[in-house]
Ligand binder design. Structure first.
Ligand code: ADP
Ligand code: MG
Length: 227
């Protein structure tokens, strides 16, 4: 479902070129959940942005659901991303002035759907994350765990094949974090999405089927040390 081969990506900071990803390989199958750990600054967020086509790779193959992302224009990458990827962020990134349901409907505006069809899809996604009863609430009226559930609903409303999660429990207490992870696990194992979870928490990483560590610009096998 997701394949990276020999991916390189650098960032330019002033006159300095920071080599972040350096010949990185990754494959994630449908229904598989992979965790990625690594110190701050090792390039985890850069990797997710390259997978999603938010930024282009400098070298290598990025293939999503049979579509090559590398070498594509920004607008083509955006189209492929809209059709195949859902993104979950540490700080939810919900629009404060919109209700939960309107937030979930937002990415569906990229599709040619009627308002009714958008609402139906949003409601189905809200049901998957158990937030139907909160759909008329504003983000500010919801707890962190509830906001993260809404953001997961937004990520899956377009029925993506791949779910990318950047420290999805980083702002939550342990118990709430595990509840959110139970939903993400279900999206992988029951709804058959290819899931990549970036995390600092070994207890979160341990829930994945496969554990990787980002080190010196490449991914290596890892075994999370449980506390
Ligand atoms: P992580 O998510 O693992 O903490 P990042 O992918 O955010 O790491 O960053 C990896 C490296 O790239 C860091 O050294 C960071 O400072 C640098 N970096 C990230 N984004 C940019 C950017 N837009 N411009 C310049 N440097 C960046
Ligand atoms: Mg990061």
């Amino acid at each position: 479902m997701l394949r990276l081969n020999g991916v390189a990506r650098a960032h330019i900071k002033g006159r300095e070129r920071i080599r972040v990803l350096q010949g990185l390989d990754l494959e994630v199958q449908r229904g598989e959940m992979v965790s990625i750990m690594g110190p701050s600054g090792s390039g985890k967020s850069t990797l997710l942005d390259v997978i999603a086509g938010v930024i282009p790779s400098n070298e290598g193959v990025v293939e999503l659901a049979g579509h090559r992302m590398d070498g594509k224009s920004e607008s083509l990458r955006t189209q492929i991303r809209a059709a195949h990827i859902g993104f979950v962020f540490q700080f939810y990134c919900l629009i404060p002035a919109l209700t939960a349901e309107e937030n979930v409907m937002l990415p569906l505006h990229l599709w040619k759907l009627s308002r009714k069809e958008r609402a139906l899809r949003a409601d189905a996604a809200l049901e998957v994350v158990g937030m139907t009863h909160r759909r008329r609430h504003l983000p500010g009226e919801l707890s962190g765990g509830e906001q993260q559930r809404i953001s997961i609903a937004r990520a899956i409303a377009g029925n993506p094949d791949v779910l990318l999660c950047d420290e999805p429990t980083g702002d939550l207490n342990k118990e709430t974090g595990l509840e959110v992870m139970a939903i993400i696990e279900q999206l992988s194992h029951h709804y058959r999405k290819a899931v990549v979870v970036v995390t600092h928490d070994p207890n979160v990483a341990a829930l994945a089927d496969r554990h990787l560590r980002l080190q010196n610009g490449v991914l290596v096998d890892d075994r999370p040390n449980l506390r």
